[in-house]
Write a protein that binds this ligand. Structure first.
Ligand SMILES: [Zn+2]
Length: 471
């Protein structure tokens, strides 16, 4: 994110206590091992936000078939969720905010469900043994709305004059589909969104067929790389969509019809391919199978977000003309944050530090201020009391995460040298592609790439409250 103003498996469910009357002449069957089915946790256990997401299962994919009417603001449809139990599950939760589930089934059999706040608690007819893959179908409907978050900013579904959009970090997806809303559970996303003819729909991934029937058009989108839930987006309204190919991959760029077709936002996003290619020379191959960007003309969106394979940019970034820094920032997140995703929110400097650094690299590449000059400016003006390694929940979008995170990346490069630094960056993005990481893993990787003990370096730069010396 960048804010405006700051830089079915063959496993049987074994039922406990299942005995039958037996003939005295036949030997007693050996007793079935008893399975102790327990409820999945109502949170994923993130140290900063323990109630975000859920426990007890791991989602592989969401398949959404939805219908949205801009005239009424109502959303309705079906989510089919493929997941694997990570414990013996008696029941499990999905996050679903402000929407009503009308029918729930697990593996094709009706399941009971109840809403508890923003959680949908699903109890299948029988327990699900650990390691078993299952399918949860949720039919749901309602008028979607935001998740209010005073500390971090509201996230999720916003109705707009011509449609709607769903965007937000650290939580947003539960406002439009039932989800395990935590980045540690990445999953693929297929979306079929039906809207009135003449309305456009943008989302993540590769565009599919667009059949129309009885005045309604279904837009198909598919993101085949596992994705953190907050990186899922949908944008509905009046848009000019440009679809092309870049390096053989679909490039989809959308500009609202309310903005000029060749204005600063359109001109900036038109550079997406070129900026991606430059970043690939620094970070390694682009990790996804599509690319692009969407500009939204909505006052409530005073930020840009690295929604996977298709960042969404608030128009606010382009009011003073072209802005390639923000494009470089969101595209850098495709490697850092999206492909290589967080396992816990505390480590968000791994996303934002690299995205900030990418802005500096792009600046230098463009002939503007060098990365070293931008580092120095930040270094001389920074308040060192705030630490990026443990920013605390209310400051996960604070300047320490961004500016000091970026400085940490540059200071690391200066400490271990260009050869080790770029070897580290490229092996990091390759080794953890489509995965989840922690700061400790990054420190170990940096030490391995540089063959140096970097304990003191990372202590000073990520956790120290005094200005560290320039390397
Ligand atoms: Zn960012």
């Amino acid at each position: 994110m960048r804010r405006r103003g700051i830089g079915a498996l063959a496993v049987l469910a074994l039922m406990a206590g299942c005995t039958t009357g037996s003939d005295p002449d036949t030997p007693e069957p050996s007793p079935s091992p008893s399975v102790d089915f327990q409820p999945g946790a109502d949170g994923a256990g993130d140290p900063y936000f323990p109630k975000y997401g859920n426990g007890g299962y791991d989602v592989a994919g969401y398949d959404l078939a939805l219908r949205y009417d801009p005239k009424t603001g109502k959303l309705a449809g079906t989510a089919t969720i493929t997941a694997t139990a990570t414990q013996d599950l008696s029941r499990f939760n999905l996050d679903l905010a402000h929407l009503k589930a009308t029918e729930v089934a697990v593996d094709g059999t009706a399941a009971t469900s109840k809403a508890e706040g923003n959680e949908l608690v699903i109890t299948p007819g029988s327990g699900i043994v650990s390691g078993r893959t299952f399918t949860a179908l949720v039919r749901y409907e309602g008028t979607p709305s935001l998740l209010e978050n005073k500390a971090l900013g509201n996230g999720g579904w916003i109705r707009t004059p011509d449609g709607a959009l769903a965007l937000g970090q650290p939580e947003s997806a539960s406002t439009w589909f039932p989800v395990n809303d935590h980045p540690s559970d990445k999953a693929t996303l297929k979306l079929a969104m039906t809207v009135p003819d003449g309305v456009e729909v943008l989302s993540n991934g590769v565009p599919g067929e667009r059949p129309s029937k009885d005045g309604w058009t279904t837009w198909n989108w598919s993101e085949s790389s596992p994705m953190a839930s907050y990186l899922a987006t949908v944008v509905i309204g009046q848009y000019r969509i440009t679809t092309s190919k870049h390096n053989g991959l679909p490039m989809v760029i959308a500009i609202p019809e309310s903005l000029p077709a060749n204005g600063p936002s359109a001109k900036s996003l038109a550079r997406t391919g070129e900026i991606t290619d430059y970043l690939a020379t620094q970070f390694g191959p682009y990790p996804f199978t599509s690319n692009g960007g969407v500009v939204v003309d909505e006052d409530k969106i005073q930020y840009a977000l690295e929604t996977q394979s298709r960042p969404v940019y608030g128009q606010t970034f382009f009011t003073n003309g072209e802005n390639l820094g923000v494009v470089a920032h969101e595209l850098a997140h495709q490697w850092f944050g999206d492909s290589v995703a967080l396992d816990r929110w505390q480590d968000i400097w791994l996303n934002e530090g690299f995205a900030t650094y990418a802005e500096w690299l792009w600046s230098e590449h463009s002939g503007d201020a060098t990365a070293d000059e931008l580092f120095t400016t930040s270094y001389n003006t920074f308040n060192w009391a705030e630490i990026p390694g443990d920013p605390k929940p209310a400051r996960i979008f604070g300047s320490a995460v961004y500016q000091r995170g970026g400085m940490t990346v540059h200071a690391l490069r200066e400490t271990i040298g260009d050869e080790a630094f770029f070897k580290l960056v490229r092996s990091w993005t390759a080794d953890h592609r489509d995965g989840n990481v922690t700061t400790d893993e990054f420190i170990k990787a940096a030490e391995a790439a540089s063959k140096k003990d970097l304990t003191k370096f990372f202590q000073d730069w990520l956790y120290g409250t005094e200005k560290p010396p320039v390397p």
